[in-house]
Design a protein around this ligand. Structure first.
Ligand code: FEO
Ligand code: CA
Ligand code: CA
Length: 717
């Protein structure tokens, strides 16, 4: 979500709690770490595997020779703009009914029953096909399920104002009825969609439709299951939890389930000003600070103020009871995970996969699964100065699990046991994966934080990555794996806190950019890092910067290092998804820096490969930083495909197996509207999608669109 609006009292997507000094002791650790990394959990495969150069090469990707569309110009129009010859239609927006008996959405703030309606802030999205008889299918193209995240809600001064009739209550305590509504608009949804060959639509009465909210029971899996740190009044044995929250990026596992990353969950919790004392110097105080919740922190929506019932009390993360079994001091430790859902079974229970660590998860992207090799997933922790992670499963991939009888049991097999690593980037274009486990003496013997078990590493992952000296990045967002060659792309959206003192080879830019007459500083526009490995489980990698985002007219020696033009310039790459049908790389923006000139956008790329550019030295005064830049872009390799409505971020993207329909999420159009204008449509920043003819009322709504080519062709080609 974009949170660049000054009216908000906190920047919920822009956290900055990494005060670790790891770059300073980087060199001290390197000798010890390189040995440990080589002996880590991944090394068995790395050392024992056969020559694996081809292992990450994809299966059936139709080669795409060019970007066969005319680029869309930058625009601030309040609409979705797509290239000539394409059509975009809204098919699923906030409040749309998910049962046959739920009333149509009035969109005036009086609607109720959000447990049976689409949630707010559509984010990551994945396609799960159905055949004509309603069975899972990887090849059927006209019927399927869309599983997606509902990350957050349009908020100002505590309230989620567009979903309440008069904008809601902006003082504490807040009315329970308003909170009840807000608790239900967060989470996930699964919705069936189909086309009759002419137009796509959602099916409100589908038996597959499902909502998951902040209140849905979930089970804890992996090393943190049963940990003392997850004990709550709700789950005295630390094995159960409720709900999922602030779900951002998504992924699809090799065994056909949906996964979702819990991103900015910490902002939803209140902590009492005296809570550090109440916890009697428990090590959790250090962890709470590291995860962005200092004593006295106010919560985003004041949900803890709704009354004494657990529904509200659980958002007070203070130690107020006799023990952890009597309060919700550990409730925050039940969030921050990768969550797995079986989209085909609405009665199945969600699983929090704690082996993949606890952080501000964006998404998880899987390397192509290879028989007899571990399953590998790459992940970003989206906050300023956080890290890039990799998970390597203990179990080796069995191709029979591509279509398992029990999909979540396959998830147990591959995601509950394995090893987590954090990335360190070196100036020579190589990097290391640093093991985060008790087998690493740097962690087991750490004086920085007391790690007593693998559960501690799973719950306090950021501290483990601090301890080993991972590289602080410019806000790691989505990752994607190029199906052609297995290379991993991770967007680094921007970093206002990057300074000349902290630039490094992998985060090399600090510059000023003007926005509507105001100067912005740091790495204003972000970049995309690219990593290659012979084998995804290897302990080392090579990297370059695939793309430096920039405005076209910026200095080509310092800022516009990828030679962007008006056809492909962008700011703040966030979503990044490779098409399995075409191999195209789709890049989406969540931009608060270039929005004086254009709304957020979706671009299509034909990426090359790591090392296709060269070394480049940047001067910051008398400080010199050498980085590694991919080949310069041209409109033949990178082109703008879509520009969204006003105030919106372009979030998830997925496709039918034949690549002839893509589904794109448009999040928070109109989010810069003032709460006091909630009933004056003439003052809304955006009236999309109502102004595109979708649904009742005038209030802007997050929504899923489907894009097809008018001649029925494959998208982008
Ligand atoms: Fe929810 Fe990192 O964007
Ligand atoms: Ca600018
Ligand atoms: Ca995002």
């Amino acid at each position: 979500m974009t949170t660049n609006t000054p009216r908000q009292n906190a920047h919920f997507n822009d956290e900055d709690s990494n005060t670790s000094a790891n770059p300073a002791f980087d060199s001290v650790l390197s000798a010890r770490l390189s040995r440990r990394s080589l002996l880590g959990g991944a090394s068995a495969a790395a050392l024992g595997g056969t020559a694996l150069t081809g292992c990450a090469t994809s299966g059936p990707v139709a080669p795409v020779s060019g970007l066969g569309f005319k680029p869309v110009a930058k625009t601030m129009a309040d609409q979705v703009t797509v290239p000539e010859g394409y059509t975009a239609r809204v098919i699923y927006a906030l409040g749309d009914p998910l049962t046959g008996s739920t009333p149509a959405f009035k969109n005036d703030g009086t609607d109720a029953d959000f447990g049976n309606r689409a949630g707010d802030y559509h984010d990551g999205i994945e396609w799960f096909g159905l055949d004509a008889s309603g069975k899972p299918s990887d090849s059927f193209n006209s019927r399927g399920l869309l599983a997606m995240n509902h990350e957050a809600t349009t908020d100002e001064k505590l309230s989620s104002f567009f979903i309440h009739a008069n904008g809601g209550t902006s003082v504490l305590p807040r009315p329970a009825a308003e909170i009840d509504k807000e608790l239900m608009i967060h989470g996930l949804s699964v919705v069936e969609v189909q086309t009759d060959g002419k137009a796509w639509a959602n099916k409100p009465a589908s038996a597959f439709n499902r909502r998951v909210t902040t209140m849905t029971p979930v089970t804890v899996h992996g090393p943190a299951r049963g940990s003392e740190h997850l004990v709550t009044k709700y789950s005295p044995d630390g094995t159960q939890a409720r709900g999922t929250l602030n779900n951002c990026g998504t992924g699809r596992t090799p065994w056909g389930t949906f996964i979702s990353g819990e991103e900015n969950w910490f902002g939803y919790f209140f902590r009492d000003a005296k809570d550090d004392d109440a916890r009697k110097k428990d090590k959790q105080v250090q962890a709470l600070n590291r995860y962005g919740r200092k004593a006295g922190a106010a919560s985003r929506h004041g949900w803890e103020s709704g009354g004494a019932a657990d529904t509200y009390a659980r958002w007070n993360n203070s130690a107020v009871g006799a023990s952890a079994k009597d309060d919700f001091r550990n409730e925050m430790n039940t969030f921050g995970y990768i969550v797995e859902l079986d989209p085909y079974d609405k009665n199945s229970t969600l699983r929090k996969r704690t082996a993949l660590g606890r952080m501000g998860h964006e998404n998880a992207t899987f390397a192509r699964a290879v028989a007899g090799q571990p399953v590998v997933a790459y992940m970003g922790d989206d906050a300023r100065g956080e890290y890039i992670y990799k998970f390597v499963s203990s179990a080796k991939w069995d191709p029979a699990d591509a279509n398992p009888a029990n999909r979540l049991a396959a998830g147990d097999k591959y995601l509950d046991k394995g090893t987590l690593f954090a990335a360190r980037f070196k100036g020579d274009g190589t990097g290391e994966w640093l093991e985060l486990s008790m087998d690493n003496p740097v962690i087991a013997n750490s004086s920085y934080f007391e790690f007593k078990s693998e559960a501690d590493v799973a719950v306090f992952t950021r501290l483990a990555a601090d301890a080993v000296g991972a590289t602080k990045m410019d806000r790691p967002e989505w990752g994607g794996v190029n199906p052609k060659n297995g290379e991993v792309y991770i967007t680094l959206t921007n970093n206002s806190a990057r300074t000349v003192a902290t630039v490094d080879s992998a985060n090399p830019r600090v510059y000023a950019d003007m926005k509507a007459g105001k100067e912005q500083k740091g790495n204003v526009h972000g970049h995309i890092v690219r990593m290659s490995q012979k084998n995804p489980a290897d302990a080392s990698f090579q990297w370059d910067i695939y793309l430096f985002a920039s405005e076209a007219d910026a200095d080509k020696s310092k800022v516009n290092l990828s030679s962007l033009t008006d056809d492909n310039d962008l700011s703040s790459p966030d979503g990044l998804v490779f098409s399995k049908a075409t191999g195209l790389c789709w890049i989406q923006t969540d931009d608060g820096a270039y929005t004086d000139k254009t709304n957020c956008m979706l671009l299509a790329a034909l990426p090359g490969q790591r090392g296709d550019g060269g070394a480049r030295t940047l001067m910051h005064g008398d400080k010199q930083v050498t980085t590694h830049v991919g080949k310069a872009q041209t409109p033949a390799t990178l082109k703008r495909f879509l520009v969204g409505p006003k105030g919106a971020e372009i979030t998830g993207i997925t496709e039918t197996p034949d690549g002839r329909a893509i589904f794109v999420n448009i999040q928070h159009a109109g989010e810069n509207t003032k709460m006091s204008d909630v009933n004056d449509p003439s003052k809304y920043e955006s009236r999309w999608p109502a102004n595109a003819g979708y649904g009742a009322g005038q209030r802007p709504r997050s929504a899923t669109i489907v894009i097809t080519k008018n001649d029925g062709g494959v998208i982008g080609t």
